[in-house]
Design a protein around this ligand. Sequence first.
Ligand SMILES: O=c1ccn([C@@H]2O[C@H](COP(=O)(O)O)[C@@H](O)[C@H]2O)c(=O)[nH]1
Length: 287
Amino acid sequence: MSNQPFGSDMRNKPFGARLRAAMDARGPLCVGIDPHQHLLDSWGLPDTAEGLASFTFGVVDALADRVAVFKPQSAFFERFGSAGIAVLEQATILLREAGALVIIDAKRGDIGTTMGGYAAAYLAEKAPLACDALTVSPYLGFGSLQPAIDEARESGAGLFVLALTSNPEGPQFQSARTADGSTVAGAVLDGLRELNAGTDDLGSFGAVVGATISSTTENLDINGPLLAPGLGAQGGTAESLTQVFGPAVRNVVPSSSREILGAGPTPTALQSAADRANDAYRTVLGY
Ligand SMILES: O=c1ccn([C@@H]2O[C@H](COP(=O)(O)O)[C@@H](O)[C@H]2O)c(=O)[nH]1
C-alpha cells in the first residue's frame, strides 16, 4: 500500500491536488468513521469514550495506509464530550501521518465572524483539530462561508459545501428558487464553480451531492470534488454514481460509513470490505 504523504506533509499543495494524487494512488474510496452506538455494540465495545477510542483506532490501524480519504462524523465524537473530541483529534493526526486525507464532517455554518472561528478550529494549519477539508453548510448564504474560503486558501485545505444532500428532506430547501431564479443547490454549485475557476488540477472547493438522489438537472461540472455520501446503508450503489453524476463522475469521492464499519471488528474483514468497495468504485469512476 502507498505510504506517500498526501495529508500534513504535502500541505504546500492545495487540497484538490492532494486529493487527486491520493485517489490516483489508493483508489477513490472515502471511509466514513461513524461510531454509532449500534456499531460499538456489534464490535463488542461499551458505549463509552473508551469504547469509542477502541473502535476508532481499530479503523485507523486497519485502514490508514490503504484508503485515500477518511470522513469522521464529528457528531459521534461530540457525543462523548471532551474525551470524544480528543479521540477525533488523535485519529485525525494518525490518519494524516499514515498518508491519508481527513475530511471532518461537522457541517459548520454561521455568520461571518463565527464562521471565522470554525475556520480557525478546523482549517488553520496549526490548529489542534486541523484536517484536510471540512463539510460546511451554506444556508446562512454562500457569502457567509467567506472566512472559511479564505482560511482554506491560506492553509491549503478544502471545503465541501452541502448542495444536493442524500436525505429525502433535502429538496424542500435545495430545490427552492432563489431571487435570481436558480435553485438553492444551483446557486451553491455556481459559487463553487467560480471558486475553482482557473485551477488546472482539481479545485479545492467541493460539493456534497448524495449518491441517492437518482438524477439531477443541475450542472455538476464545478472543476472540484463531489463528495458522494449515501452509498451502502442509504441505498446508493457504485452503478448509481454513473446515473447521478454523468460526465462529472471522475471527480466523485464515494463515501461509505456503516457498510464498511459493519464488517469489523477484525482488521482483515475491514480491509476486505474497504478493498471490495474501492475496486467497485475504481471501475465505475475510471481509475
Ligand atoms: O448528504 C449527506 C451529507 C452527509 N452525510 C453523512 O455521511 C455519512 C453517511 O453514513 P452511511 O453510514 O454511509 O450512511 C453520515 O456521517 C452522514 O452524516 C450523508 O449521509 N448525506
